[in-house]
Write a protein that binds this ligand. Structure first.
Ligand SMILES: NC(=O)c1ccc[n+]([C@@H]2O[C@H](COP(=O)([O-])OP(=O)(O)OC[C@H]3O[C@@H](n4cnc5c(N)ncnc54)[C@H](OP(=O)(O)O)[C@@H]3O)[C@@H](O)[C@H]2O)c1
Length: 302
C-alpha cells in the first residue's frame, strides 16, 4: 500500500512510518520541514504541506491509498492559530478526497467537542465531524498524553523536577490523565491503516494517574528533592509563563491547564495501549528530563 503521513520526520508520525516501512508499505510524508534530515535513509520522500496550493497537495496525494494525519498545532504562535490548523486540515481532507485516497487515520484528542469553550478541543471536534462526513473510510485515534523519547510534556515535567527547587501543581491536582506510549499509538495507527471499518478509538494507556500521582511518580523515578506545592491555576499558569521566558519556550498552555482542570484527559474506555508509563519512566530514568525538550525550536527553528 502507499501511505502518506503528515509529520513522518517529527514525533508520533516517525513511529508510525517506521512500522509501515517494516511491514513493506511505501511511505511518503507531508511536512513543514521537507529539508530536515530523513531519519529513514531516503526511504520516505518528503513533500511540503502546500496548504496554500490545494492543487499541488492533491497531486502529491494521487496514488496514495491511506492518509495518516498527525498535523495540528499545540498552541497559537505568530501567525499559526488553531483556526488556521482547522482550515489547513480541511484543505488536506478535501485534497485527499479529490486525489482518490480511500481512507484516513486521524490523530485527534480525547474528549473533543465542537462546542467546547477551549479552541483546541473545539477544533479537533469540528475536524472529526468533517472526516466522518467526507466519504473517506476512517480511524480516528483520540490520545491523551503521548509519552516516548521525543515527548515534550512528561520529559519537561521531569526536567523541572530535576532542575528547580519548587514545582507548582495547578489547582488540587486530583484531575486525571491516561498517557499512552508512542509505539502503542503507532500500532493503533497501523491497525487503522489496514482496517476496512470506520472507527473511533480512545487511545489511552493502561495507567490512570491523578496529576498529583504523576508528578510524585516522576519525582521518585529520578530521585528529585524538589518541593511540590499546589498553586491556584492562574498562578501556576503565570509561573509556567515565567519559566517559559527562562527557557524561551511555551512550557504549558492555558488550554492544557484548562483541559486538565476540566478532567478532559480521562475516560472510562478500556485501555488501548499496553505500555505502563511508570515502567517506561523507570527504564529510561537515565536520560528522562536531563535535557529540556524545546517545542518552539522544534517547530519554528528558533
Ligand atoms: N504529543 C502529545 O502528547 C499529544 C497528546 C494528545 C494529542 N496529540 C495529537 O497527536 C497528533 C500528533 O502529535 P505529535 O506530538 O506527534 O506532533 P508532532 O510530531 O510534533 O507534529 C505533527 C505534525 O504537525 C506539524 N506541526 C506541529 N506543530 C506545528 C506548528 N506549530 N506549525 C505547523 N505545523 C506544525 C508537524 O510539522 P513538521 O512535519 O513540519 O514537523 C507535523 O507534521 C496531533 O494531532 C496532536 O494534536 C498529541
Amino acid at each position: 500500500m502507499k501511505v502518506a503521513i503528515t509529520g513522518a520526520y517529527s514525533y508520533s508520525g516517525k513511529y508510525i512510518a517506521r512500522r509501515l516501512l517494516d511491514e513493506g508499505h511505501q511511505v511518503i510524508t507531508l511536512t513543514g520541514h521537507p529539508d530536515r534530515p530523513d531519519p529513514f535513509d531516503g526511504k520516505v520522500k518528503a513533500h511540503p504541506f502546500n496548504f496554500e496550493l490545494p492543487e499541488a497537495l492533491t497531486e502529491t496525494l494521487r496514488g496514495v491509498d491511506v492518509l495518516v494525519n498527525t498535523y495540528w498545532v499545540r498552541y497559537a504562535h505568530g501567525g499559526t492559530t488553531y483556526d488556521l490548523a482547522v482550515a489547513n486540515t480541511r484543505t488536506l481532507i478535501a485534497a485527499a478526497v479529490k486525489a482518490g485516497v480511500r481512507r484516513m487515520v486521524h490523530t485527534s484528542i480525547l474528549n473533543p467537542d465542537p462546542e467546547s469553550r477551549l479552541p483546541y478541543y473545539a477544533g479537533k471536534g469540528k475536524l472529526e465531524a468533517d472526516i466522518r462526513s467526507s466519504g473517506l473510510g476512517y480511524t480516528i485515534l483520540r490520545p491523551t498524553v503521548i509519552f516516548g523519547r521525543e515527548d515534550v510534556l512528561i520529559n519537561n515535567i521531569t526536567w523541572f523536577l530535576r532542575h528547580f527547587p519548587v514545582f507548582g501543581i495547578p489547582g488540587d491536582g486530583t484531575y486525571k490523565l491516561q498517557p499512552i506510549f508512542v509505539e502503542d499509538l503507532a500500532e493503533l495507527a497501523v491497525v487503522g491503516v489496514l482496517s476496512q471499518d470506520s472507527t473511533v478509538v480512545d487511545a489511552i494507556g493502561p495507567e490512570t494517574y491523578t496529576f498529583n500521582d504523576l508528578v510524585a511518580m516522576l519525582k521518585k523515578t529520578v530521585d528529585s528533592r524538589t518541593l511540590v506545592m499546589h498553586l491556584p491555576p492562574m498562578m501556576a499558569y503565570a509561573a509556567s509563563r515565567l519559566a517559559g521566558l527562562l527557557v524561551g519556550d511555551m512550557v504549558l498552555t492555558r488550554e492544557e491547564v484548562d483541559g486538565l482542570l476540566d478532567d478532559l484527559l480521562v475516560t472510562n474506555s478500556p485501555p488501548a495501549g499496553k505500555t505502563r508509563l511508570s515502567e517506561w519512566a523507570a527504564a529510561n530514568a537515565g536520560w528522562l528530563g536531563k535535557n529540556y525538550a524545546h517545542e518552539i525550536r522544534r517547530h519554528f527553528g528558533r
